[in-house]
Design a protein around this ligand. Sequence first.
Ligand code: FES
Length: 120
Amino acid sequence: MPKITLPDGSSLEAPAGKRLVLALEDGGVDILHRCGGHARCTTCRVQFQAGEPEMMTAAERDRLAESGLVGQYRLSCQIVCDQDMALAWVNRLADSSYSDVGGRPEDAITPPPEWVKRPR
Ligand code: FES
């Protein structure tokens, strides 16, 4: 099972293929996902320390580009846990002005993913 290391140095194991946003949430992290995992809001953003996936969904690429965030953040709702990853930063409810994290994303990536190489 892929190991996900959190910014505080703790870690969790995620079933291979699980959406990163759900692995974090089910691991007890209060990750935001205000649009329900549809690559619309960017509140599920994380920063990587290691193990950043080389591929991303076209929806993630387009949404990050729209907000000028390419190369800085990734959208955890658009990432599947298929390798060990270490996160440097997670967008948490506790650090936000929101009152809840948002509706639970579906198990499968939405919208249906078209995989592209991540821009640098
Ligand atoms: S972009 Fe909204 S939850 Fe990921």
